[in-house]
Design a protein around this ligand. Structure first.
Ligand code: C2E
Ligand code: CA
Ligand code: CA
Length: 443
């Protein structure tokens, strides 16, 4: 082969290598490169530190300033990370706005995370400066590791543990996470079967009108019965939100609710409005509304018999046009409740702008009733504002008579909580409504 062809061949090989290992946007290594470069180092006995870093709301940045600026930003972040670590350390861009760092030897976590945060949270592209928020997940290990993906997973797990926490920029993987991760994968291994085997059931918790003391609504709450044991929604819902299985579960619950409504209507004159929890993941699906309308039609349920509950956090999600989504839902006739109100960071502006019917005041506020006067001022203000905006109010987690008394005095509309009833199995719930129709409240 002559020289010219050999040269071409080498160039081709280099080019293929670049395509396979180099991220064209930042010039750093990509995910494949990260795997390849860290593989050898994993066998070393030295201390290894992995940091996974990403920027909050990178999508919004892209939308606001365009993709070119977004790419420039990623490049600048790559540069800043590189200048913050040693030459022998590794940094690659693993996906979108996710960077992976790998360090060998002693590392002062506090120093490095503070340095990275300082350099990236205020960063320039040319003359223009941008303020960003970053999140980091850290995993430190001093034993031999075999699998690169498993150490990335651990750093990501630590990263996810600080989600929703304000002013926390990094989380470190600890022993206790190990157990959590095992449990998480256990749950993930059982979930598909659980739907098939109908292990999920829907319970109903009555909502009582504060003036008439009659049942006026109820919330559908999912229960998971696995071999006579209950797994708490507080355990599995966050996992399902993370792996998006919640889309399937929400739909399943909605179907059960529609079937139950159809059955109640055959037997009773009046039907209390049923609230169904809808996760952010379900709500932002393109065909969400079409799918849910189709299900209701199948069971002869009209949307005005159902209220959809979305959390306050969902309403402040910047990735979707919440106003548009909710308006379409309203157009179909559903009513909308904002759940866990007071725990997120919504503004009064949001309350006015979005087509909301009901506010559900979070239990943490109700728990404060009966404490010193000053601590419940906020609750009084919330009730005052929601009434001014003609929104219906539901108090959640009401357990004591003094709370009921206070909420009645403050003209709260509906009361939900153990004081009146726990969430009930469907058959028991039906009896509860029947007794209520006959004016004898508790079955
Ligand atoms: P949430 O929507 O805030 O539901 C209220 C929770 O408070 C329920 O917990 C309910 O059983 C509990 N609760 C009601 N009254 C009282 C009380 O007086 N005292 C106390 N201590 N607790 C009370 P649960 O059923 O364990 O559900 C936990 C969370 O799981 C729910 O919080 C909701 O965010 C989520 N969830 C439940 N079902 C579904 C579902 O079908 N889809 C979705 N996406 N999320 C669901
Ligand atoms: Ca709820
Ligand atoms: Ca709630």
């Amino acid at each position: 082969m002559n020289k010219k062809y050999r040269k071409l061949r080498i160039e081709k090989r280099n080019r293929l290598f670049e395509l396979a290992y180099i991220d064209p946007i930042t010039g750093l290594g990509n995910y494949n490169a990260y795997l390849a470069r860290t593989k050898e180092k994993l066998k070393l006995n030295d201390k290894k530190t992995i940091i996974i870093l990403d920027i909050d709301k990178f999508k919004s940045f892209n939308k606001k300033y365009g993709h070119n600026k977004g790419n420039e930003l990623l490049k600048r972040i790559g540069e800043e990370i590189k200048s913050s670590i040693r030459k022998t350390d590794i940094v690659c861009r693993l996906a979108n706005d996710v960077f992976g760092i790998f360090m060998i030897g002693e590392v002062n976590i506090e120093n490095i995370t503070v340095r990275l945060n300082k350099k990236i949270s205020r960063i320039n592209i040319g003359d223009i400066w941008y303020n960003l928020r970053i999140s980091m997940g850290v995993y430190i290990c001093d034993k031999e590791e075999k699998n690169v993906q498993s150490i990335i997973d651990k750093a990501i797990f630590a990263h996810d543990s600080i989600k929703g926490k304000y002013n926390v920029t990094y989380g470190v993987f600890t022993e206790e996470f190990e157990q959590k991760m095992i449990r998480e994968s256990e749950i993930e291994n059982m979930m598909e079967e659980a739907i098939k085997n109908q292990e999920f059931e829907v319970y109903y918790q009555p909502q009582i009108n504060a003036k008439t003391e009659k049942i006026e609504g109820s919330e559908a709450l999912v229960r998971w019965k696995k071999d006579d044991k209950m797994i708490s929604p507080n355990e599995f819902i966050p996992i399902f939100e993370k792996n998006r299985f919640i889309i399937k579960l929400d739909e399943y619950v909605y179907k059960r609710v529609c079937a139950n409504i159809q059955e109640i209507k055959k037997q009773l004159k009046e039907l209390p409005k049923i609230s169904v929890n809808i996760s952010k993941e379900s709500l932002s699906e393109k065909n969400f509304l079409r799918k849910y309308i189709k299900i209701s039609n199948k069971y002869n349920v009209t949307p005005n018999e159902i209220q959809l509950e979305i959390t306050e956090r969902t309403t402040t999600d910047e990735n979707v046009n919440m106003k548009e989504i909710l308006e379409k839902i309203k157009e179909k006739g559903f009513s909308i409740a904002v759940d866990d109100f007071g725990t997120g960071y919504s503004s009064l502006n949001m309350l006015e702008m979005l087509p909301i019917d009901t506010i559900k005041i979070d239990k943490s506020f109700i728990d404060k009733i009966g404490e010193e006067k000053s601590t419940i001022d906020l609750l009084e203000i919330i009730l005052y504002i929601t009434q001014k905006l003609h929104l219906k109010t539901v108090a959640e987690g009401v357990e004591k008579s003094e709370q009921v008394k206070y909420l009645k005095e403050q003209n709260c509309d509906l009361i939900q909580g153990y004081f009146y009833s726990k969430p009930l199995e469907f058959e028991t719930f039906k009896k509860y409504i029947t007794y209520n129709e006959k004016n004898e409240r508790k079955p």
